[in-house]
Write a protein of this length. Structure first.
Length: 137
């Protein structure tokens, strides 16, 4: 005689997991009855008051600096050297919205940048001006 495989018994290979799960539910019900507490149907979850911990309020993010510049050099991976109005050159990458809409940036394009106040050498290109388009306010 041969021993029965899990597939022959339960119809699926994870039969042992189902047995363990049912055994855990049975133990939970027995404990609930002996401790005279109600049996909660479904998953056991802790109360919402136990999940919440006292958190310190996070400080507000500092707003990015909006600056205007001109693309002076193109690097791989949609990275550009952008010369700002004040003469400084920063390394800027293309914002996700421009990548998603496949906006092409070429040498000499006028662009709007967002820069973090913490690192003034890097920025994110958020808008490309069309030829002859006036600057946004």
């Amino acid at each position: 005689m041969h021993s029965a495989s899990p597939l022959a018994i339960g119809g699926r290979a994870s039969c042992g997991i189902a047995i363990r799960r049912n055994l855990a539910l049975l133990i939970y019900c027995i404990n609930a009855i002996t401790e005279s507490r109600p049996i909660i149907a479904g998953r056991r979850r802790s109360s919402p008051s136990q999940n919440r911990t006292a958190r310190a309020p996070e400080p507000a993010k500092e707003a990015p600096l909006e600056v205007f510049g001109t693309v002076r050099q193109i690097y791989p991976s949609t990275t550009f050297a952008v010369e700002l109005e004040n003469g400084h050159t920063v390394l800027a990458h293309l914002a996700g919205r421009l990548r998603r809409h496949r906006i092409k940036i070429l040498l000499g394009d006028r662009v709007d940048l967002e820069m973090s106040p913490y690192d003034l050498t890097k920025g994110r290109i958020v808008y490309r001006y069309r030829a002859g388009e006036a600057r946004r306010s």
